[in-house]
Design a protein around this ligand. Structure first.
Ligand code: GUN
Length: 301
């Protein structure tokens, strides 16, 4: 079998188009959704993410509010900024880009964001709401994975799903979302015994461990759907000028998995583009909830 390639870039463009359409409706009701992104320090990868977020926020018609703070910003000053954003009615979503510098307690910062504006879905109130099947703000990457799975399969009910990785940002919320869609869910991790056999039982495999090409094709059940969240930069030979050749790979070995799977997300161009699209969707959702406006269908869990 050769797998259907799930095109995350195209799907993310569709999600953004839908968000843009809904932003027009919300603006007609007199509200402009606003997303505030806070970046502390000069981490180059974070700066790129933040730039992309700001650009895409404006492209869908929302207000982008950026706060770039120096690396030596005190925790108290950052918390004061968050309190100000919490109180600002023009701000519907707040995201503090992680990682923050070592002298700042990230958990304290996440806990300070008003849960209704927590478009990352990292606040423990949202974690608890998701875990108990209530209306929550849902972390963007797992939400993007869920949207792709629903789009491909329609109903996920009764399917067996294995989530590789138990992080708070992807693995745990992903498992909750799959459970919410009535999958039978296993969370596997570095201590899981007989991992290959566990993965071989799954109709859906979501890999989020951050280990390059760790899942080989012979772990995949024929016809299964593989969602690869990993983005790993590896060195792969040398270029003519003697410098290392680098490329991005996922947590799954693409060619061997694609030969067995029914559907697979590539890296790059799979899950990656969905994360910011879902951030925009979450900002719109937060704005609708804050203003008593109807929530758009298909953009939430
Ligand atoms: N750093 C890398 N990805 C993310 C994300 O999704 N949210 C936040 N807040 N920081 C990040």
């Amino acid at each position: 079998m050769t797998a259907t390639v799930i095109d995350g870039k195209a799907f993310a463009a569709k999600v953004r188009a839908k968000v843009a359409e809904e932003v027009t409706r919300v603006k007609a009701a007199g509200v402009t959704p606003g997303l505030a992104v806070v970046l502390v320090g000069e981490d180059p990868a974070s700066a790129v993410y933040v730039r992309n977020k700001g650009k895409q926020t404006v492209e869908v018609g929302m207000e982008s509010i950026e706060h770039k703070l120096p690396a030596d910003t005190s925790e108290a000053d950052l918390l004061a900024l968050i309190a100000q954003l919490n109180a600002d009615p023009a701000v519907h979503g707040i995201l503090c880009q992680l990682p923050v510098p070592d002298h700042i307690d990230a958990d304290k910062v996440l806990a300070a964001i008003a849960p209704a504006k927590d478009v990352d879905g990292f606040h423990i109130s949202n974690v608890g709401l998701l875990a108990t099947g209530q209306k929550a703000m849902v972390p963007c990457t797992p939400l993007g994975c869920l949207m792709m799975l629903r789009d491909h399969h329609g109903s996920l009910s009764g399917m067996s799903a294995v989530v590789l990785g138990r992080s708070n940002i992807v693995g745990k919320p992903m498992a909750q979302l799959l459970l919410g869609d009535s999958c039978t869910v296993t969370i596997a991790h570095s201590r899981t015994k007989d991992l290959a056999d566990v993965v071989r039982g799954a109709d859906i495999v979501v890999a989020a461990v951050g280990r390059p090409e760790m899942v080989p094709g012979d772990w995949i059940k024929p016809g299964a759907t593989v969602i690869d969240v990993g983005i790993n930069r590896i060195e792969d030979g040398v270029k003519e000028d003697g410098t290392p050749r680098r490329r991005l790979v996922g947590d799954c070995h693409y060619d061997s998995c694609a030969a067995v799977a029914g559907a697979i997300t590539p890296v790059p161009g799979g899950v990656g583009p969905m994360t910011i699209a879902c951030l925009l969707a979450n900002t719109l959702t937060a704005c609708c909830r804050a203003n008593g406006l109807e929530e758009p269908a298909g953009l939430t869990a």
